[in-house]
Structures are given as structure tokens and as C-alpha cells.
Design a protein around this ligand. Structure first.
Ligand code: ZN
Ligand code: ZN
Length: 121
């Protein structure tokens, strides 16, 4: 079994400032560890068509040195909601409201349980 290309996937993030979505490209470093390398604006309709909401990334995540940040607000970090979606630029004090499901709650750190992305293979 040989693998030349790094395993990569794309997850969707919604910007709390612009209220728009974008794709975030994740690359697997090793089992249970991913880095995010790139962010690009995307229409919600094309995201659905590409299936970017269908698989799960499980493990810890960290930004790549080259990661440019959110294309709208420049944030390099995400809030991961219990619904499994990414949000950026949302924390005001210690609460946030998810742009996907509308839940609001306390800020907790991500525990590596997994969230949704899609295949980029
Ligand atoms: Zn943003
Ligand atoms: Zn949510």
C-alpha cells in the first residue's frame, strides 16, 4: 500500500462576521491529527453539490503556518459546534451562536470527537 498524496478533505465553515460560508482544506498529518492549510470562498449551493457536508474529520486540528485565515474576517481559528459544523469569529465573551443550527452556548474547546467535512479525492 503506498500513498503518494496526503489524505485531504474539505470542511465548511461559516463566518460569523460576513455570514457567508467558505471551504477549509484539511490535510492529515497522522492518525487523529490534521492541519488546515487553505480557505476559499464558496457558495452554499456548490458546497452541497460537491458533497462537502458528508464525511467526518476525527482528531485534533491545528493551523498550518501558511494558512491564510478566513477569507472574510481573517480568523485562523474555529468554533466547532455540537452540530459538527465550523464557525469562525463568533465568540463574544464566553458565549457563541452557531451560524448553522442556531444553538448558542458556552465556549468549550474542541475534544477531537470529529466534525463534518467532505471528500477531496
Ligand atoms: Zn470569518
Ligand atoms: Zn451548530
Amino acid at each position: 500500500m503506498k500513498r503518494n498524496m496526503p489524505e485531504a478533505t474539505v470542511a465548511l465553515c461559516k463566518c460569523g462576521e460576513a455570514h457567508k460560508i467558505y471551504g477549509v482544506r484539511f490535510e492529515k498529518i497522522r492518525d487523529g491529527q490534521w492541519k488546515y492549510t487553505w480557505a476559499f470562498p464558496m457558495k452554499e449551493s456548490s458546497a452541497k453539490r460537491e458533497g462537502y457536508d458528508s464525511t467526518t474529520i476525527a482528531g485534533m486540528i491545528e493551523p498550518d503556518e501558511e494558512y491564510p485565515g478566513c477569507p472574510y474576517c481573517g480568523s485562523k481559528y474555529f468554533m466547532i459546534c455540537s452540530c459538527g459544523k465550523l464557525n469562525c469569529n463568533l465568540a463574544i465573551g464566553n458565549t457563541f451562536t452557531c451560524n448553522w443550527c442556531g444553538i448558542s452556548g458556552g465556549v468549550t474547546s474542541y475534544n477531537g470527537e470529529g466534525f463534518q467535512g467532505g471528500g477531496d479525492r
